[in-house]
Design a binder for this molecule. Structure first.
Ligand code: PFF
Length: 406
């Protein structure tokens, strides 16, 4: 058996694992979930799920991955087979491969929007579109749903191709020269950008004291953190909280196991697993909660912010934020930081989603690394056409439902 790849350094491993967990979920999905499900009250089931499900599963997945790696398996079918000698175990494992792959197909498409919008910010392409309707229409034109601002879907298609290319180029370079190197650059940059944005948000105060004295950042924080206890008895918020924990920590996806399979047998998993989980929570609860919602409260007031949150994560990230950037001095620069931050968060997660499949082809079918990467890259490229061209028919939501919720 060929010698398996290994992580180069411990810090590189932890950054890569944290990169896997920290994603669009932390900056877009979390604030919307919190805002929709009782604000501060959401945080109670959220922390319960983190302690009772998140941390234990994180350790279990690291342990399964390290164990599977010992037998040369980096994906769930092989790992399950190594642990449980029953014919069905392989097939159960194959289900694990399916989920991360389906998520990857739509997730990389959204990730490509963030790259495009960082470009549109720095070039001020959407500047002048200062209302919700106009900005929504800008986003929809970009997505090819209408034709007002873009004549065709070509720009979106171009950014999709660039994003896929970068993803698979990194995957082609392998574990330590590809994924680990990416994490070592992208994660510190992401922290820096997020901290700059948080400082900008908390120093906003009351942007328009004459006309809207009660529209301020504090009210935004209060909106997220003040508990609405009447919602605690509602099973829906417990489900939403558990769902967010799974999504944000990347547990139950097979990607943490894949990464852990490149550990050495003697490598620690208790502390490293805990560092990964706590880094993700810091980025989510401290940084993720302090940007998009509080800034919306300062510029639009609480009522509108509630409406925005109800409209979902894209509404918050790609409609409300660009309007705000136009109101800030150097807004093009902050917009650029925000969307590039999302891109870095996204790409360190999307490479993780492809890794189990690549390992699967290499290890279980003896295909070379280059060929396996090219094959998966090509398959994702084919599958993503459906998301790009059938977006208006709800294809993205359909995939999110089957892979994420179901
Ligand atoms: N944890 C990532 C996020 O919060 O955006 C999403 C994710 C990563 C989902 C890896 C699935 C996965 F396999």
């Amino acid at each position: 058996m060929a010698k398996r790849e290994r992580w180069g350094t411990r810090i590189g491993l932890i950054l890569a694992m944290a990169g896997n967990a920290v994603g669009l979920g932390n900056f877009l999905r979390f604030p919307v979930q919190a805002a929709q499900n009782g604000g501060g009250a959401f945080m109670i089931p959220y922390f319960v799920a983190f302690l009772l499900l998140g941390i234990p599963l994180m350790w279990v997945e690291w342990a399964i991955g390290r164990y599977g790696g010992k037998f040369g398996h980096g994906s769930a079918p092989g790992m399950f087979d190594a642990m449980w000698k029953a014919p069905i175990s392989k097939y159960l494992g194959a289900l694990g491969l399916f989920i991360s792959t389906v998520i990857m197909v739509y997730y990389t498409y959204i990730e490509s929007w963030t790259l495009a919008f960082s470009f549109f910010s720095i070039t001020k392409a959407y500047f002048g579109e200062t209302t919700f309707d106009a900005m929504r229409s800008f986003l929809q034109s970009y997505q090819g749903i209408e034709k007002k601002y873009f004549q065709s879907i070509l720009p979106a298609y171009f950014f999709m191709c660039v994003t896929l290319f970068i993803n698979f180029f990194i995957l082609y370079r392998g574990i330590s020269r590809g994924i680990e190197m990416l994490a070592k650059i992208a994660m510190p940059t992401l922290f820096l950008f997020a901290i700059i944005l948080v400082i900008r948000v908390v120093t906003l105060g009351t942007p328009d004291p004459v006309n809207h004295p009660d529209w301020n950042v504090e009210s935004g924080f209060a909106f997220i953190w003040n508990p609405d206890f009447s919602k605690l008895g509602d099973a829906k918020i417990w489900l939403a909280a558990a769902g967010q924990i799974f999504f944000t920590l990347s547990v139950g996806m097979g990607t943490l196991q894949a990464y852990a399979s490149y550990l050495r047998e003697s490598d620690d998993i208790a502390l490293s697993g805990l560092s990964t989980a706590s880094t993700n929570e810091f980025v989510e609860v401290i940084l993720g909660a302090s940007i998009a919602i509080p800034v919306a409260a300062a510029f639009f007031g609480i009522e509108t912010t509630q409406e925005i949150a109800k409209g979902g994560a894209f509404n918050l990230g790609f409609v409300s934020m660009p309007i705000i950037f136009q109101k800030l001095p150097f807004g093009e620069f902050f917009g650029f930081l925000w969307f590039l931050l999302l891109f870095f968060a996204g790409i360190t997660s999307s490479v993780a989603m492809a890794q189990p499949l690549i390992a699967f082809l290499k290890e279980e079918f003896g295909i070379s690394h280059g060929r396996a990467t090219a094959l998966i890259g090509f398959s994702v490229f084919v599958a993503i056409q459906f998301v790009v061209f059938f977006l208006k028919h709800g294809f993205l939501d359909e995939m999110d439902y089957w892979a994420g919720t179901f």
